[in-house]
Design a protein around this ligand. Structure first.
Ligand code: ADP
Length: 247
């Protein structure tokens, strides 16, 4: 097997559900410091690609190399431990815990909500928590119950709960859905910051937002890549225009 400089190198990835190829011979490469957005109409296979990367769905064939480690045969928890973080659309925060406690239980040695009972607030842990709280714009809300945060702030907290585990690849499914204009703008800044030193893979429908954040765009259609490259190039690709406007 070959080694690459890419954080993520997907080659020939295919998954069939009862003979239907939801993802069909996909090649996708993501660099460190790259914010890569996958777009495409409903049913294109975007969610399935993320499911395949995080091990929720098993590939029929092909390869997913993350930091040169093959992921396709690994169970989900090992993929998380290898440094892949995934945020779903619905936040999975603990509404009754404070922002600080939510970050604490997500710390690798926090080991979830029960492990946290034995958790020590060491200076090293607290420094990391404050650094992330600052990054996700919640440093003034550390003692607030998470349930009282705004919709946007809950999304940011969940991003913080992933960041505290130091992922090298962060995957986000429609990160600005339901957010206010101001929160969208703040999320764009946040995602740009997060992509520094890491790789970020986003599924997004809002084209204005894609244009705002994407370093590279991949357009999926019927499980295959229709176009890929920078947003400007992709936007004007006749095949893409056809899929988005042609019917
Ligand atoms: P997108 O996220 O781009 O809207 P999906 O990845 O959710 O698309 O779905 C791609 C296609 O694969 C759809 O036709 C969907 O119905 C199908 N699909 C996804 N997951 C499964 C599954 N577990 N079993 C059968 N079909 C599936």
């Amino acid at each position: 097997s070959t080694t690459t400089d890419f954080t993520l190198a997907i080659e020939g990835l295919t998954v069939s559900f009862d003979g239907f190829k939801a993802v069909d011979d996909l090649n996708l490469y993501i660099d460190k410091n790259e914010l890569h957005v996958v777009i495409g109409p409903n049913g294109a296979g975007k969610t399935t690609v993320l499911d395949l990367i995080c091990g929720k769905t098993k590939a029929t064939s092909g390869s997913i190399k993350f930091l040169n480690v093959e992921l396709t045969k690994k169970p989900e928890h090992e993929i998380v431990r290898a440094g892949v973080g995934r945020k779903f659309q619905t936040p999975s925060i603990y509404e009754n815990l404070t922002v600080l406690e939510n970050l604490e239980v997500s710390y690798p040695e926090g080991r979830g909500i029960f492990g946290s009972l034995l958790f020590k607030r060491t200076p090293k842990v607290m420094e990391k928590i404050h650094e992330i709280a600052n990054e996700i714009m919640l440093d003034d809300a550390l003692d607030m119950p998470a349930g009282l945060l705004s919709h946007g702030q809950k999304q940011w907290l969940e991003i913080g709960m992933l960041l505290i585990q130091d992922p090298q690849l962060l995957m986000l499914d429609e990160p600005v859905a339901g957010m206010s204009v101001k929160e969208r703008e703040q999320t764009a800044v946040l995602l740009n910051k997060i992509s520094q030193g890491r790789s970020v893979l986003v599924i997004e429908h809002d084209m204005e937002f894609v244009e705002r954040i994407a370093h590279k765009v991949t357009v999926l259609h019927q499980g295959k890549i229709l176009a890929a490259g920078d947003m400007h190039k992709v936007q004007h690709d006749p095949k893409v225009v056809e899929v988005y406007l042609g019917h």
